[in-house]
Design a protein. Sequence first.
Length: 246
Amino acid sequence: MFHSTLLQIATTPAVSDTLHKAAAALPTVAGASATTATGENTLSLFELIEKGGYIMLPIALLFFIATYYLIERFICIKRASKTDDNFMNNIRDFVHNNNIDAAKAFCKNSGSPQAKMIEKGILKMDRPLKEVEESMESTGKMEIYKLEKNLNIIAIIAGIAPMFGFIGTIMGVIKIFYNISLADNISIGLIAGGLYEKMITSAGGLIVGIFAFISYHLLNMMVEKISQRMERTSFEFIELLEDPKK
């Protein structure tokens, strides 16, 4: 009896038409909800950076400066690290044969930091050994100084980039409390929305700082490797002068 009554109501023209319209509308509403949900939760990298505000401009500038000096110093140091493994053997042969001019020309053509240092030593060969050693040491320090040029800029960026990010976060928090005072109420949307946007500056500053920190120490390791090679070459050359027949 109950089922037959329901069936009669459902088959009524007005009710049947309403049910068909509701069923047809369900997929459209579901699709619109899914699109809205996915659309609101997706942010491109540029939009994310843009939400950080004006403080992201100096952070971006620091990133480009650090990248420039990383590439520039890497190319310079990599070029300086390319040396002939038989460099000292050739110098030793020239000295044994008393062919000093050829040794000077060989060093000049090589152009590496250790070659410039040895060239300075060859020019001072007629002086006391102590003076030759001091002259080579000063030349070696000058060459290392040239390789370390602008590395301090990267080190400074590694230190101040996170500070810029922290300043952005503090400014964001101040802005949030100012908006709360104007609205005269506290809402999750008012706090969370502004806070997450300003936390982007902290993340950006830390990323740039870590990038600059790694770059600085990577380049320093490369320079240190060249410095150790120069010290070894200098020691071998002094031994050669002490005993030319060796």
